[in-house]
Every structure is written in C-alpha cells, then in structure tokens.
Design a protein around this ligand. Structure first.
Ligand code: GRG
Length: 316
C-alpha cells in the first residue's frame, strides 16, 4: 500500500465527486425530471476510475489538476451516459447498475434516453465553457471527445458488440473482441491519457504514445472486468452479470489462464509506451495494481475498503 497514492486518491475522489455535483447544479431543464435522471446516473456510487486516472496522468505530467478536472468530469459524464444507453431494454436490458435499479427502471425508457443524451451534451458544454482552458485546448478536447464517442469509438463498439459480423476463424473472433473492447472501453482511457497529454503540450509523437498507453490500460481493465464477470455474482458486482452468454469472449475462446496472460500483456504494452513518464514501479503503476486488486475483490472504491453495493440496495 502506498501512502502517497492513498493520500492523492482520497483527495482526488472527493474533488471529483464535488466537481460532478457542481457541474450538475448548473443543469436547468425547465421543470422536468431530466436533472434528477441525469444526476441519478452521474452522481451514484462508482469507482470513478477514468477521472482518477486523468488526474493521475495530470499529476505525473505537471498539468494543474483544475485543468485536468475539466476533462475528468467530461469523461465521467460520457461514461455515465454510455451506461444508461448500454442498460436500455433495446441493448443489454439490464436491471441493475452500480447496485441500484438501472436508469430506465426508475425513470422510464424515454426519460432514460433523454438523460443519456443530456449527459453526453453536458460533457461537451462543460469543456466548451471551461475558463481555465485556452480556446485551442477547448477545441482539441472537444474534438478528442467527439472522436471517442463516435464511429471510431463508443457507438461503433456498441453496434459491433450488438450485431457482430460472422467470424470464420479463432483469430478473427479474437480480433473482433479486441476491437469491441478498444472502442467500448479502451477509448475513454485513451482519451484520459491523450487528452491530458495535450494539456501538457507534448510533442505530437509523445501525445500518440500517451493515447496508446491509455488504450492498452483500458484493454487490460476490460479484460480483468471480464475475468471478474466470469466468476462473480450480481450481488458482489452491483450490476447484471452473464451478459455475454451468446457473445464470444476471450475466456470462452482462450480459457481463464490465457485470458489472464492477455490482461498482463496489455499492461506490459501500456507501460512500454512512455517509460520515462510512466515507469511500471511509479505512481501510475501503483494505481493500476490497486485498480486490479479492487476489481478482483469486488470493492467499489479505490481508496477505502468500503463494501460493494448489494443487489438489494437502493430502489430494488
Ligand atoms: C453515445 C455515450 C454514448 C454511448 C453509446 C451504449 C454505448 C454507445 C456504449 C456502451 C459502452 C460501455 C457501457 C462499455 C462498458 C465499459 C465498462 C467496462 C463499464 C464498467 O466500468 P466501471 O467498472 O464502472 O468503471 P463504474 O460503475 O465504477 O463507473
């Protein structure tokens, strides 16, 4: 356990929660339930991995945390939005998320869709009006955010996940799974690292290395998430499990051991990118170890031993 990491994570977790709550205060949706429905998915209990990772990269690169927080908040908004969509009856038809009823089960499907769009829109607005960023920085971050959501990112990954093309070999099936993971999960980690690197004004080539660094961390995260999904139950995770029963997964194709090896290989590939900034035994490496340990133990917080939300908690 690293005291320095703990102190930083504690401070950042509170700062992120505060920044998210503050951002939601300015949402005025004219006497509708939208702010409540958006807040339900944005402000509920969550690990905030992507925001913490953004602030950690900023800390390592010397980017002021208030500036990186703009990106951290925007990413959490898009992440929350994607979870609302992912859970919809027309998609995963999930009942539980973060230990509580999914957004559409509380507010109805129509309001959930509008809340998802509202959150995504707020992410762009949040960057566009950030006073601590220059106009070129705001332009750059909104462009990177659009790329992460769009047809090279979340929406494409979700479509490929829902309607996979037929594959004819194991290699093709593995490539398909990795592509979906890149677009659905890796892309927001790539945005966290790459977007923060662009605030540090690094050379283009170094910026790309940060994007690849974040992408590989995201792939490792998703692979560990799948390993956990395989062995954990709904009550431990606070979300529906076994969503992948008809989908190809690394575990189905390769088995648990080879999937664990794959997750470790993604981590190695990540830390090979920018070794001078992100050595494996540095603070980011410690963060990654903490993240994996937290996931495998089913805890919902990177900073404390707080128990995971139970399936009975909240509305359902
Ligand atoms: C237009 C924003 C938008 C999205 C449309 C639905 C969709 C396309 C994409 C779905 C992407 C998705 C849900 C990917 C899963 C990523 C993942 C590993 C989620 C779990 O992340 P954690 O463990 O969850 O960080 P918490 O609850 O802690 O935030």
């Amino acid at each position: 356990m690293s005291t320095s990491l703990d102190l930083k994570l504690h401070a950042w977790q509170s700062a992120v929660d505060e920044a998210l709550a503050h951002a939601m205060q300015s949402v005025d949706a004219h006497d509708t339930r939208l702010p409540e429905a958006m807040g339900y998915s944005l402000l509920g209990p969550a690990k905030r991995v992507r925001a913490l990772f953004t602030l950690l990269v900023a800390d390592t690169l010397g980017v002021a945390s208030e500036r990186a927080m703009v990106l951290a908040v925007a990413i959490e908004m898009v992440h929350a939005s994607s979870l609302v969509f992912d859970d919809l009856p027309s998609m995963d038809d999930a009942k539980l998320r973060r230990g509580r009823d999914t957004n559409h089960r509380v507010y109805g499907e129509a309001t959930a869709v509008l809340a998802g769009v509202g959150l995504m829109n707020e992410a762009f607005a949040h960057i566009a009006k950030a006073p601590g960023l220059t106009a070129p920085e705001r332009n750059s971050l909104t462009g990177q955010l659009a790329h992460a959501i769009g047809t090279d990112g979340l929406v494409a990954g979700q479509e490929q996940d829902l309607h996979p093309r037929k594959t004819t070999s194991q290699q093709e099936a593995l490539t398909h799974i990795e592509t979906v993971h890149r677009r659905k999960t890796g892309i927001l980690f790539a945005l966290a690292a790459g977007g923060t690197a662009s605030l540090a004004d690094l050379q283009k080539v170094e910026h790309e290395a940060f994007v690849t660094f974040g992408m590989n961390l995201g792939l490792a995260f998703q692979t560990y998430d799948d390993l956990l999904d395989e062995r954990a139950d709904t009550a431990l995770l606070g979300k529906d499990t076994g969503q992948d029963t008809t989908q190809p997964t690394f575990i189905k194709l390769l088995g648990v051991e080879a999937t664990q090896q794959r997750a470790r290989a993604y981590l190695e590939a990540a830390f090979a990118q920018v070794p001078a900034h992100m050595p494996r035994d540095g603070l980011v490496g410690q963060f990654v170890d903490r993240l994996i340990e937290t996931m495998l133990s089913g805890r919902q917080s990177l900073t404390t031993g707080a128990a995971a939300p139970s399936a009975d908690h909240g509305h359902g």
